[in-house]
Design a protein around this ligand. Structure first.
Ligand SMILES: [Fe+2]
Length: 418
């Protein structure tokens, strides 16, 4: 008599892999150390992130030196397809607006950057003019012109009813322009807390100036790419970087520090530039920073300040969808640099890390492949973030801290999000 097939956990006795049931089973680790991969692939969760995270937190959007003169502007975007325009007013104050005309929601300012002093073909100097019907706004967001207003609207609307949507804006931490879509948010300093204290002397002693800008679209979920900047356990991936590392000792003793609101600081061991041909010319620094100094803070939900001796690199992500992210990377130096000093900073900035420079190209490769690999239906279930090594460089404490903040803001568990 043939025996009945039994329900077994393994496909067959001679296979050492796991059965479907075993593969799906939550690993025997604390829930705080396991991420369900649905949070990277579910479009509904992404939409919720836009609403509960990206529309509630302070986000760096550009540097004040990108708008050096009154009436200079810079356009950009925020998660959730929100176009914005940042404008320096005639009073020198920087303000931010949703870049949509309140009449029919056409995009108002269409260039990446420029000056409002130069009139649009259908507008007047010093105004932002919607090309569609010629409504005009001044640099403080007031509507100042509605063509044939009285003829069409009589007294039913006035200019004061149709100003631009103004977005909370602060300029701080090295002259970055920060915005928050939440009109009721607390001040930026409450959000950042002490996470940038480790480099505040470098950021705020004297004016800084942008000297390099690079952007690109990466095909990653923003969290997966951000993970690569907050855990270094993957450093075996970076063969070339390890072979040429300027950190000669203490690598595995580098410590992470986590801060409230999901931010973290990496306590780098100082690099030794003198031992590398070409790098010994790194003679420039920032106020109060040793010539081999390195400061690195990552900020929730996806930006970073990174000072490597002579260059500040501010990295910003703008999620476009659950699997596509715009990355902006700015190189920043001292405003008072001489032309020779600025050239040296630019050389330092480009060398080793290159213009992309937010992590290494292998990081991007892995985060993109990972994003592709875990698509719905792939069988992906769990990401582990369980390494504990006294908060040292292969510990995943920063990743855990980040997802705790994600969970708090989303009102959802990251291990069982649905
Ligand atoms: Fe990396």
């Amino acid at each position: 008599m043939a025996s009945q097939p039994s329900i077994i956990d393994v496909p067959s006795a001679d296979v050492s892999g796991r059965s479907e049931v075993q593969w799906a089973r939550k690993p025997a680790l604390p829930d705080s150390q396991i991420v369900n991969t649905d949070i990277y692939t579910d479009p509904a969760i992404f939409e919720e992130e836009v609403e509960k995270i990206w529309s509630k937190v302070w986000l760096p959007v550009c540097h004040e030196s990108e708008l050096p003169a009154p009436l200079d502007y810079r356009t950009s975007g925020l998660a959730g397809n929100k176009p914005i325009v940042v404008v320096r007013g005639e009073d020198n104050k920087i303000r931010t607006f949703l870049n949509l005309c309140p009449h029919r929601n056409n995009l108002i300012v269409r260039s990446p950057a420029g000056s409002l002093k130069k009139a649009e073909p259908s507008g007047n100097p010093n105004h932002m003019t919607c090309m569609y019907h010629g409504w005009q706004f001044d640099a403080s967001g007031r509507c100042v012109e509605i063509p044939r207003r009285a003829a069409g609207y009589q007294e039913r609307i006035c200019n004061g009813d149709v100003g631009l949507r103004q977005i909370r804006t602060e300029v701080a931490y090295g002259g970055m322009v920060w915005v928050n879509l939440d009109d009721n948010c607390g001040p930026l300093s409450d959000f950042v807390g002490k996470a940038l204290d480790c480099m505040i002397e470098q950021l705020d002693t004297e004016p800084l100036e942008i000297f390099h800008y690079h952007k690109g679209i990466v095909r990653c979920n923003y969290k997966l790419f951000f993970d690569t900047s907050r855990e270094f356990y993957h450093d075996y991936l970076h063969f070339h970087n390890r072979q040429t590392s300027m950190i000669k000792s203490g690598y595995f003793d580098q410590k992470y520090t986590t801060y409230p609101n999901g931010h973290s600081v990496t306590g780098f061991a100082p690099p030794d530039y003198t031992s590398h041909t070409g790098a010994e010319t790194r003679l420039l620094s920032f106020p109060g920073l040793p010539k081999n100094g390195w400061r690195h803070t990552t900020l929730f939900p996806a930006s970073a300040y990174n000072i490597r001796t002579s260059c500040l690199r501010v990295n910003v992500m703008i999620p476009l969808s659950d699997r596509e992210t715009l990355v902006e990377i700015r190189g920043i130096g001292l405003k008072r640099d001489t032309p020779e000093e600025r050239l040296q900073r630019e050389r330092d900035y480009i060398s080793v890390w290159g213009p992309f420079g937010w992590n290494l190209h292998e990081d991007l490769l892995c985060a993109q492949v990972q994003t592709q690999a875990i698509k719905p239906g792939s069988g992906a279930r769990w990401n582990l973030m369980a390494r504990q090594e006294d908060d040292k460089v292969h510990d995943e404490i920063c990743v855990r801290s980040y997802y705790e903040e994600w969970s708090r803001r989303m009102g959802r568990s990251f291990v069982a999000p649905r």
